[in-house]
Each structure stands twice: as structure tokens, then as C-alpha cells.
Design a protein around this ligand. Structure first.
Ligand SMILES: *Cc1c(COP(=O)(O)O)cnc(C)c1O
Length: 495
């Protein structure tokens, strides 16, 4: 493979974006008719434009090619296998899109009178009831817009609960060292001190360390189950008993419910607060930060603290209930990301309970199939029956100067998205693999073949991995620069 053929990043961005030529046009807009109307009086002087907008000037066909070609440079679940652990990149059924795109939904306005939006309110009400059922929680708020937002909401509820009892000493939140980075971040953002709980040799919460940290300053334990190693916390009932005995709350990070949905409920395990990621388990699209939905469910005791408004049904009519004096208030404008909520509702209605059971069953079978096969090639540090995902380690390639990321980059050349790398932090050189239930056995077998091939390359000619990928539009961008200073659009460079 020719390393020289890497396209220079700067040149490429010019090829991609700087296509404008003065005088070209793709849209025959009608002549302005409102020349004489006195807009000058309505728009403050400071906001008036002195010269025309500097928009790209292209023909329609150039424009179409530009966007179609850009879209083809993308990796997506619709084009590639995407085993990105913890992210649950499952197929998003297109019927979800069709329904969410119906005019009655896409043109609705949040300020419309509630008598005109009864259908939408019914969907929100039924979705939150379905999620309560699925999770075993007493009530669910659909407001939070993402997983981390759900966590923050949960932390605010935790604080409000303890303060309502006059218990002001509880300033600490406990998180296992395998937790998702958003857990300590959300707790910290809410003003809690974060205390890390180590994992034991089996990759589960160390009960002795937990007991030791559970004093009268502990507000909450945030737990992901199955944890980020893909392992079920089988001491969950003991953990729950210990947390509650010490007056703390138990928070469930349910971003990935894919291993349990339909079969096991966090409410029955004893959790007090949970969040779900509809953009993971419930098949709404995600990636690159949005838009998502992170509903929060609580046990009966905590209902008064949920965000307002809740959606209620009274005398056959749906409406909003703002009358919750102990509520933490609003956490999102209006009522949540309703476009995402409709998709999740369609998904749940299409599958029904039997379908949801099948989802988690197949997700677990697929992950274990891959784990069994790959553990004959790679090192799987916690090689135990897993749930929806598992973690391999490439640390035995340290001496060849290879890191987990190099394996991930090389996968791109084979048309497979990289697994999550360097997470969870407790596994050195981690590759976290989550196949999801929507992949076929043929795809899983191909993945194993490719991983075997890459393993051979790593042993025989590690440079192949160090310089990968070779087939993508750009190879190895400066990730910090790309994140801080991205060039994503037309720059109107004077010619
Ligand atoms: C994805 C994820 C989150 C965060 O969800 P966002 O919607 O990205 O904010 C939290 N916890 C776990 C375990 C996750 O996988």
C-alpha cells in the first residue's frame, strides 16, 4: 500500500470546500419584490447588513456532487459495521424516520394550544409509561436531551432529595473506576465530590472498598450494570442493600440497556434513579453529539423531584402538570427532543415486549460469539460470560510500539469502524467491542477474519498498522487541532 498517496489535509480541505467562483449560480430566485418596503425602520441599524451575504457561488450540479461526495466519505451504521463499544451503534429502522417525518409531527409548534397537539402528547405520555414498564421505575421524565444530561438531572434529584430531608452532609458521589467518564463529570458539575471505587479481580465493584466509602457523606452510588467491561454486577442486590442501609441513593447509568431490555429491570434490582439513552438502546440515530434523548426514571419516593412539566392524562385529555413544588425545575426548553422521542416510540411499538426480549437476547449472543472467537487470537483480560460487549487488550504488542488505536485505525481500511479505544481505563490498550443485535453471523465472521489478519500484520510488519489507515480521505489528523480548530465549511477565501 502506498503511504505517499495520503492526501494532504490542507489541500484536501480546499478541494472539498473552496469551489466557489464569482458569478456562478444554481438557484434562479425571483427578483426582490420588497425593495420599497421600509425594513430599515424595523431592523436596528446595528443589525443591518452593509453588503451582500458572502455565500458560495456554484451551479446546482456542483452543489449536488459536493454534498453527495461528502456523505460518501462518512462511516455510518447504514454503510459499515460499527462495533463501537458502549455506543450501541445498532441499525436505525427507516420506519422510525418515516413516521417522525410526517407533517403532523415535523410542523408542530411547541406554543400550539394543547387541544391541537393531543396526538403528540399522547405519544409522549405512552412513551413515558412504556419506559416506566420496561425499567420498573415509578415515573419517567422525557426532558433530558442526552445521557450525560440525564445523569446531571439525576444528580440534581439526588441533591434535592437529601436536602428535602435536612440531610446536608451528603456531598459525595461514589463511582466505580470502570465508569463512563460522564458519571464523575455529571456528579462534579452538580457540585458533588467524586470518590472512586476500585474494581476487584473479576472486574466488578469491590464490595469491601464500597462499604468503606459508604459513610454519612455518601449521597449516591452511580453504577452501570452491565458495567463497561460488559460484565453483569452479580453482587447487585448486596450493593443495593449496602447503599440503602447507609441512607444513600443508587443511580443506574442505563445508557446501554441493550443487554437487559425486555428481560431485566433496573427498578427490580433496587435502583432509585435511572437514565436511558434512546439514541442507543431504542434505535434513534446518533453520533457526533446529537440529537438524542436521555429520559430519567425514578422510584416512587423521588417522583416529586422530577423536572416539570410532567405529561398527564385527565378526563380523556392530555395536558401538562406544573404543580410540583419540590421539582428541580425545567432541564430543557419545552418538552424534550420530540423528534427523537417519536422514533423511540415507533421502535417500541413495532417490537412489543417479545421483540424487545429478542433484542437483548441477540445482542448478548452476538457479543459472546465474538468474544469466544476473538479470545483465541487476542488477549481478553476479563474473559467471562459477557453481556452486550466485551473488552480486548493489545498491550502484548507494546514491545512492537503498537497501541490499541493502531488496530482501530487499521480496521478502517477493511471497511469496519474502529471499536472504542482506550476505554474503560482499567484495561491497558483497550479495544471495547459491541456488535449489537442487528449484525448477521456473516458480518461477525468477517470481522473475526479481519481481526485475525490484522493480528498477523501486527506480528509480521507492525509499520502497516502504525501508518494506517490508507483508504480514508485523510489518514491521521492531528486530533487535538481537528477538535479545537475544525474546518467544516466554505471559507470565502478571496481569489
Ligand atoms: C454513551 C454513554 C453515556 C453518555 O451518553 P451521551 O448521550 O453521550 O451523553 C453515559 N454512560 C454510558 C455507559 C454510555 O455508554
Amino acid at each position: 500500500m502506498n503511504v505517499e498517496s495520503h492526501i494532504n489535509l490542507e489541500q484536501d480541505s480546499k478541494l472539498l470546500f473552496e469551489k466557489s467562483k464569482p458569478g456562478k449560480s444554481g438557484t434562479p430566485l425571483p427578483k426582490r419584490k420588497f425593495q420599497n418596503r421600509n425594513f430599515g425602520k424595523l431592523i436596528p441599524q446595528s443589525l443591518q447588513r452593509a453588503s451582500g451575504a458572502r455565500l458560495p457561488q456554484l451551479t446546482e450540479s456542483e452543489l449536488i456532487r459536493h454534498f453527495i461526495n461528502l456523505s460518501r466519505k462518512n462511516f455510518s451504521v447504514d454503510t459499515h459495521f460499527y462495533p463501537l463499544g458502549s455506543c450501541t451503534m445498532k441499525y436505525n429502522p427507516k420506519i422510525n424516520e418515516d413516521i417522525a417525518g410526517l407533517e403532523g409531527f415535523s410542523w408542530i409548534h411547541p406554543y400550539q394550544d394543547i387541544s391541537e397537539v393531543q396526538g403528540m402528547l399522547r405519544i409522549l405520555h405512552e412513551l413515558s409509561t412504556a419506559l416506566s414498564e420496561i425499567t420498573g421505575m415509578a415515573e419517567v421524565s422525557l426532558q433530558p436531551a442526552a445521557g450525560a444530561h440525564g445523569e446531571l438531572t439525576g444528580m440534581m434529584i439526588t441533591r434535592a432529595y437529601h436536602l428535602s430531608r435536612g440531610d446536608t452532609k451528603r456531598t459525595r458521589v461514589l463511582v466505580p473506576d470502570s465508569s463512563h467518564g460522564t458519571n464523575p463529570a455529571s456528579a462534579g458539575q452538580c457540585g458533588f465530590e467524586v470518590v472512586q471505587i476500585p474494581s476487584n479481580a473479576r472486574g466488578r465493584v469491590d464490595l469491601i472498598a464500597l462499604e468503606a466509602a459508604l459513610d454519612d457523606r455518601a449521597a449516591c452510588l452511580m453504577l452501570t450494570n452491565p458495567n463497561t467491561l460488559g460484565l453483569f454486577e452479580d453482587d447487585i442486590l448486596q450493593i443495593c442493600e449496602a447503599v440503602h442501609r447507609k441512607g444513600a441513593l443508587l443511580y443506574y447509568d442505563g445508557a446501554n440497556l441493550n443487554a437487559l431490555v425486555g428481560n431485566l429491570r433496573p427498578g427490580d434490582m433496587g435502583f432509585d434513579i435511572i437514565h436511558l439513552n434512546l439514541h442507543k438502546t431504542f434505535s434513534t440515530p446518533h453520533g457526533c453529539g446529537g440529537p438524542g434523548a436521555g429520559p430519567v426514571g425514578v422510584s416512587k419516593t423521588l417522583i416529586p423531584f422530577l423536572p416539570v412539566p410532567s405529561i398527564v392524562k385527565k378526563d380523556g385529555q392530555y395536558g401538562f402538570d406544573y404543580n410540583r413544588p419540590a421539582s428541580i425545575g425545567k432541564v430543557k426548553s419545552f418538552y424534550g427532543n420530540v423528534g427523537v422521542l417519536i422514533r423511540a416510540y415507533v421502535y417500541i411499538r413495532m417490537l412489543g415486549l417479545d421483540g424487545l426480549k429478542r433484542v437483548s437476547h441477540d445482542a448478548v449472543v452476538n457479543a459472546n460469539y465474538l468474544r469466544k472467537k476473538l479470545s483465541t487470537i487476542y488477549n481478553v483480560p476479563y474473559n467471562d460470560f459477557c453481556m452486550h460487549e466485551f473488552v480486548i487488550s493489545t498491550s502484548n504488542f507494546d514491545s512492537k510500539g503498537l497501541h490499541a488505536g493502531d488496530f482501530g485505525k487499521r480496521l478502517l481500511d477493511y471497511g469496519i469502524h474502529a471499536p472504542t479505544v482506550h476505554f474503560p481505563l482499567i484495561v491497558k490498550e483497550a479495544l471495547m467491542i459491541e456488535p449489537t443485535e442487528t449484525e448477521s453471523k456473516e458480518m461477525l465472521d468477517r470481522f473475526v477474519d479481519v481481526m485475525r489478519q490484522i493480528h498477523r500484520e501486527a506480528n509480521e510488519s507492525p509499520d502497516i498498522l502504525k501508518n494506517a489507515p490508507y483508504t480514508t480521505p485523510i489518514s491521521r489528523p492531528d486530533e487535538v487541532l481537528a477538535a479545537r480548530n475544525p474546518v467544516l465549511s466554505f471559507r470565502d477565501i478571496e481569489r
